[in-house]
Design a protein around this ligand. Structure first.
Ligand code: SAM
Length: 266
C-alpha cells in the first residue's frame, strides 16, 4: 500500500486496528459528542480501519442520519445499520461529495502525501455548522511514548530497547512519507479554511503489557520487523520486545493522541 507503512491485510492488521479501538475510542467518542450535534447528522469517517468509530456514530445519528466510511482496505468493516462502506484510495481519488455534518479521521492524514490539499477539500464538504475532527499521535509526546513507567525484571535491557525501537519506528514512518508534525499544523489550516471554534485537546493514558495499547504496539512492531532488521535493530531484540509487550509488568507511559476540531460557520 503506497505511502502507508502498514497494511490492514497483514496477519497483524486486525490486532493493530483493534488496539487503536481499545486505546482511543472512548476519548474519540467524548470529543465527537462534545464538538458535534449527532442526532440526524450525515457523517463521513475517513480511513475507517475496522469501522468502530463509524459504528459508534451510526448508533448515535438515529433514523434521520447516515454514516459513510471510506478506506483503501474495507475488509475489516462489518455491515451495520445506517452505515455505507466504500473502498477509496484518498491519495488518488477525491473524498465523497458532501455536504456532511460530521467528518472524522484518526491516525490517517499524517500518512497521506496529499494531506495539505485533502484537509481543505474535506472542509469544503462540511455543511454550514458542520464539524471536522482530526486526530493523530502528538509528536510532542514522542519522549513519553519512548518511556516506560515500569519494565519487566528480565531481561535487563527492555526499557532501553523500547526507547530505541520507538525512535526508530518514528524514522521508519518518516521514510515512508508520513509527517508526524502534520497534526500540529491542523489548527492553523482549519482557520485558513474559514472554520471557527478551532480547538485542540491532547489525551494520554498509560497501558500495560497485554492491554489494547500493547496489542497495537506489538502489531506495529511485527509489521516493521523486516525493516527494523534492515536498520540494525536485530531480530532477537524484536522477539524480546514482543514478549515484553505481553507481560503485565511492562508499563508504558502511553502515547498522547491530539484531537483537533473546527466548525464551518452558518
Ligand atoms: C492507522 S490506521 C487508522 C484506522 C482508524 N482510523 C482508527 O483510528 O482506528 C490507518 C488507516 O488508513 C487507511 N489508509 C491508508 N492509506 C489510505 C489511502 N490512501 N486511502 C484511504 N485509506 C487509507 C488504512 O487502510 C488504515 O485503515
Amino acid at each position: 500500500m503506497a505511502n502507508y507503512a502498514l497494511d490492514n491485510a497483514s496477519s497483524h492488521g486486525a490486532a493493530h486496528l483493534g488496539g487503536l479501538t481499545g486505546l482511543f475510542d472512548d476519548f474519540t467518542g467524548d470529543r465527537l459528542a462534545e464538538s458535534s450535534r449527532l442526532a440526524g447528522a450525515r457523517c463521513l469517517e475517513i480511513g475507517a480501519g475496522n469501522g468502530s468509530v463509524a459504528r459508534w456514530l451510526a448508533d448515535r445519528v438515529g433514523p434521520g442520519g447516515s454514516v459513510t466510511a471510506v478506506d483503501i482496505d474495507v475488509s475489516h468493516i462489518p455491515p451495520y445499520e445506517r452505515l455505507t462502506v466504500a473502498r477509496l484510495d484518498l491519495v488518488r481519488e477525491p473524498p465523497p461529495e458532501g455536504p456532511f455534518d460530521v467528518i472524522h479521521a484518526r491516525c490517517v492524514l499524517t500518512h497521506l502525501p496529499n494531506r495539505e490539499t485533502l484537509l481543505p477539500a474535506l472542509c469544503e464538504r462540511l455543511a454550514p455548522g458542520g464539524t471536522i475532527l482530526i486526530e493523530d499521535f502528538d509528536p510532542f509526546g514522542l519522549e513519553r511514548a519512548a518511556h516506560l513507567l515500569h519494565a519487566p525484571a528480565a531481561p535487563a535491557d527492555v526499557a532501553e530497547l523500547w526507547s530505541r525501537y520507538v525512535h526508530l519506528r518514528q524514522r521508519l514512518f518518516h521514510e515512508s512519507g508520513s509527517d508526524r508534525t502534520f497534526i500540529t499544523r491542523i489548527p492553523a489550516l482549519l482557520r485558513d479554511a474559514g472554520l471557527v471554534d478551532v480547538e485542540a485537546v491532547t489525551w494520554c493514558r498509560s497501558w500495560r503489557g497485554g492491554e489494547p495499547g500493547s496489542r497495537h504496539a506489538r502489531a506495529t512492531l511485527e509489521q516493521f520487523r523486516p525493516r527494523l532488521i534492515e536498520h540494525g535493530f536485530p531480530g532477537h531484540a524484536v522477539d524480546t520486545l514482543a514478549r515484553a509487550l505481553d507481560d503485565p509488568d511492562f508499563h508504558s507511559a502511553g502515547r498522547p493522541l491530539c484531537s483537533v476540531s473546527g466548525r464551518a460557520p452558518y
